[in-house]
Design a protein around this ligand. Sequence first.
Ligand code: 2AM
Ligand code: CA
Length: 255
Amino acid sequence: MKNVIELIREAAHIMTSPDRTAVSVKGRSNFVTEADVGVQEFMRRGLQKLYPDYGFFSEEQENDPDYSKPIWILDPIDGTANFITHYHQSALSLALYAEGKVVFGAVYNPFTDELFTAESGKGAFCNGEPIHADNEVEMLDAIIDLGTMPYYKDRAAEVGRFATEIILRASDMRRNGSAALAMCYAAAGRTAAMMEGLLQPWDYAAGMLIAAEAGAIVSDWSGAPLDPKAPSAVLVSGEKVHPEILKMIKEVQNQ
Ligand code: 2AM
Ligand code: CA
């Protein structure tokens, strides 16, 4: 996948070049910039050249995915709101889905120059160094990244209840703003877990492989495995906190 990594790094220049943050709005708290489209088109053309037979599924285009052959799943910029405000927590997220599972994932933040990668069965890496989830941390000491689903305002009160319970039961809460990076940070043990109530395949397809290969537990909010073909709630966590977080989710949803 060396050629794909090179392509990703090249595409990410579009994110770091000035004057690319011109915004159009897809919905409330849901943005798209010139750079989103620029990165997508660069990747689409590049991947098409390298792998002419593979499909291409991406956030900023109409999709009619055919999962019977290998297909790329791209979020050209995950963390677009961060991108617009120069918060520097935004990443290109690319997964390859083949024969029923994600076989390759890469999440690249050009602002920190951190590249998270995984191939199935071969471990997970940040800039070539192996990463591991924190499978020892207990709930009391856990730092948990809670995605706030800002585009689903009807779920704001639920997010508030989760924030309260995280602060009470764990050590503290974080909110990165890029789901893909939040998954990689949990994969690298920088947080004990990340959770968000509804994400799209392009948000989590790469992160789910990176996290699993780093030894994290990856599931939806009922504890079931994730299916990268469909929108889902996402939980990535260390082993010890996983049952505690599933219990918290059940309790908050029954409140
Ligand atoms: P984006 O920056 O690519 O839009 C923020 O909580 C996280 O949710 C980000 O990773 C963001 O990705 C993603 N997101 C934004 N809009 C979304 C939507 N309508 N459905 C699901 N996820 C979304
Ligand atoms: Ca995006």
